[in-house]
Design a protein around this ligand. Structure first.
Ligand SMILES: Nc1nc2c(ncn2[C@@H]2O[C@H](COP(=O)(O)OP(=O)(O)O)[C@@H](O)[C@H]2O)c(=O)[nH]1
Ligand SMILES: [Mg+2]
Ligand SMILES: [Zn+2]
Length: 303
């Protein structure tokens, strides 16, 4: 039986791209009833075994083991999360960036941070360089170990770099609405014309509100999913201790805290707090950690 990749899920159908190179059209498939019974649903990004039925459609018969699974957006087997933030319009939102990073860390994903719409800042920037206000942000996240790209879909800056990092991998683009995700993809894929500036769509209530995820094929063997903007993420899967683990740069200090399970709040002998006081951990990162910790505790209280 043939194998393939689910590139789109819509209205109960799964669109499977065959692994054999002959076919380029995705096969429209239903999932077998057995999945529902087991409480499993196929996800975009799933590698599957499928069968063809007489009417030219198919059935997803088996889901091959997943390497990763995101709930929001619902995608499996992601290799790279591309987090898109505009430097302005909307303003760079570092709490949200840190929140996204908690998610990508706890899902075990590689992450690439793109700061886009750089053309809008260029007045104050040094020639060919990065504007002064961005430099410390870039330095901070690079020091933690996150690759950063400064991009502009409008001027085609940094687009081929994102493309190159997706070669042979499955990526997902995530970020607030209006930051320029679709514009970046349009700049990356010749002939692609994803709708941009979806604000008008949001206002038109009653319009099609189904937010589906679709993988777009790149010529270098990569696949990338655009996602509808989401400004809010909740921490359903992350608990208080997991949260600390999702702040990468805390790890060497957290390991030396006096108490096991230290939450780095006011505990004596907390090396994370010490590192923050000494400036080895950025105050912004520590503060966001505390903020998220409170959100997780609030959430727990409500259940
Ligand atoms: N100046 C400038 N505007 C951009 C850039 N990228 C996107 N935009 C604009 O920002 C708005 C939102 O872009 P869109 O791609 O729809 O964002 P999305 O909601 O994240 O997919 C649109 O009006 C775009 O034209 C950029 O690099 N520079
Ligand atoms: Mg978009
Ligand atoms: Zn501690």
């Amino acid at each position: 039986m043939p194998t393939g990749l689910i590139v789109k899920a819509l209205s109960g159908y799964y669109y499977v791209l065959a692994d054999d190179e002959q076919t380029t059209e995705a096969v429209q498939c239903r999932a077998r009833g057995i999945f529902k019974k087991r409480g499993i649903s196929p996800l975009v990004g799933d590698r599957v075994v499928y069968g063809l039925t007489e009417n030219g459609e198919g059935t997803v018969d088996e889901i091959l083991p997943r390497s990763s699974e995101l709930i929001r957006p619902p995608v499996a087997n992601i290799d790279l999360a591309v987090l898109v933030f505009s430097v302005t319009e909307p303003a760079l939102n570092l709490p949200l960036l840190d929140k996204f990073l908690v998610h990508t860390e706890s899902a075990g994903l590689d992450t690439l941070i793109c700061l886009t719409k750089h053309d809008l800042l260029s007045e104050g920037s040094s020639p060919g360089g990065v504007s002064e206000e961005l430099a410390p942000v870039i330095r901070l996240y690079e020091s933690i170990g996150y690759p950063m790209l400064v991009t502009s879909a409008k001027e085609g800056v940094g687009v081929s770099e994102i493309y190159g990092r997706l070669a042979g991998r499955i990526g997902v683009v995530a970020g607030q609405s209006g930051v320029g995700k679709s514009s970046l993809l349009n700049a990356m894929v010749p002939g692609l014309s994803l709708e941009t500036n979806e604000i008008s769509m949001k206002l038109g209530r009653g319009k099609h509100t189904t937010r589906h995820v679709e993988l777009i094929r790149l010529q270098n063997g990569g696949l990338i999913a655009d996602t509808p903007g989401f400004s809010q993420l909740d921490f359903l899967q992350v608990d208080a201790e997991g949260l600390s683990g999702a702040f990468r740069e805390f790890a060497p200090y957290a390991a030396a805290c006096r108490f096991r399970g230290c939450l780095h709040l006011h505990e004596p002998g907390c090396k994370v707090q010490e590192a923050k006081e000494a400036g080895h951990i950025a105050a912004s990162r520590y503060n966001h950690y505390i903020q998220f910790l409170n959100e997780i505790k609030d959430k727990k209280r409500r259940y």
